[in-house]
Ligand binder design. Structure first.
Ligand code: ATP
Ligand code: LTN
Length: 334
């Protein structure tokens, strides 16, 4: 029996933080044995907001090394840079002619980023979800494991695929299923200083997130500073105790204990105890990932060889779909 195909990606738009790890990479590692997995570094998405070229290059390789350091195994999964597989851009153009302005206008990520990057509301930022649809549909992906913030983009991908398929007698694309963990399992980690908005790696305030490569002392300091309400009791209540609930979620996911167990452990204790214990837990958890990262990152030639191999495998699958699409819409094949 063939394994289901799974595709996901992260933008090299900042240094990875714990939300990216919990919401995506941690789950990817577990899914490698039972799925045909492709994990991408979506640098074409990253340039929808202004990027310093040197930083973009460095971060792309850093994140690739972090995929490996976290347990993504290149013998099981394809790891590749989006711009190495030109079929992504080619299919995105074709899908641009299927997507509607009205549906793209409704995307909350576009609205958020248009307000944080008001001086650069470019066409790429607007059609970002179409490129994401191309990423997914090129591989006939069955599942797309992402954090909760991407749900709307996945629904759009499904709409675009269905609309495209309906034009032809035989469906061209597989309509993918989102794979999003429940919020209590970490699909939406909130900002440490403002627990009403999501933790984001490109946040200008670095106190809002825990970087995967943060020093243990920094991790502890950031958790100690995290915003909590003025109450005393440690309990899970995302409406009235958003800050504490966010810390409990991180504790639960990293320790592997349920939220109820964690709350019970902290019965009668103060917020300060939770913050210190959480800081120590996360620092200890990240230590082997950080050690692996620094070892892997030293050998850039090997890292690039893994990415070249990943791109080759990805391209094989992408070419087949693109050809099918081109044939269906009436492009003369060379
Ligand atoms: P940016 O801040 O540059 O927009 P980001 O931090 O939101 O980036 P992405 O590259 O857009 O990260 O997303 C990578 C993966 O991490 C996606 O699967 C996304 O759903 C997940 N993710 C991002 N932020 C969180 C979060 N706060 N909680 C859980 N998962 C998250
Ligand atoms: N839009 C996603 C990143 C992304 C992605 C993808 C995720 C681009 N292409 C394909 C899954 C599958 C984000 O902002 N997190």
């Amino acid at each position: 029996m063939t394994k289901p195909t799974l595709l996901s990606g992260i933008q090299p738009s900042g240094d990875l933080m714990i939300g990216n790890y919990i919401g995506s990479i941690k789950n990817w590692v577990k899914m490698q044995d039972t799925n045909n997995c492709l994990f991408s570094l979506v640098n074409m998405h990253a340039i929808t907001v202004e990027q310093n070229p040197e930083d973009l290059k460095k971060r792309t390789l850093d994140i690739a090394a972090l995929y490996l350091a976290s347990g993504i195994d290149p013998d099981k999964s394809s790891i590749f840079i989006q711009s190495h597989v030109s079929e992504h851009a080619e299919l995105a153009w074709i899908l641009n002619c299927t997507a509607y302005m009205g549906e793209l206008n409704r995307m909350t990520q576009f609205k958020d980023k248009s307000s944080t990057h008001a001086q650069n509301i470019n066409v790429g930022l607007f059609s970002y979800p179409v490129l994401m649809a191309a990423d997914i549909l090129l591989y006939q992906a069955d599942k797309v494991p992402v954090g909760a913030d991407q749900k709307q983009h996945l629904e759009l991908t499904r709409d675009i695929a269905t609309r495209f398929n309906n034009r032809f007698e035989q469906p061209i694309f597989k309509v993918p299923e989102p794979f999003i963990a429940p919020t209590t399992a970490g699909s939406r980690i909130m900002s440490l200083q403002d627990p009403t908005s999501k933790m984001s790696k490109s946040d200008a305030n670095t106190n809002n997130f825990i970087g995967l490569l943060d020093h243990p002392k920094t991790i502890l300091k950031k958790f100690k500073k995290a915003q909590t309400d003025s109450g005393l009791e440690i309990s899970y209540d995302t409406v009235n105790k958003a800050g504490v609930s966010n810390l409990l979620t991180i504790y639960s996911v990293i320790s592997g204990k349920s939220i109820e167990q964690v709350v019970k452990n902290f019965e009668g204790k103060m917020y300060g105890h939770l913050k210190v214990e959480l800081g120590e837990l996360v620092a200890e958890y990240l230590k082997p990932i950080q050690d692996n990262f620094y070892r892997i990152r030293k050998d850039e030639a090997e890292l690039k060889a893994i990415l070249a191999q990943g791109a080759k495998q990805a391209k094989n699958q992408a070419q087949a779909t693109l050809q099918k699409v081109q044939q269906a819409i009436g492009f003369v094949l060379p």
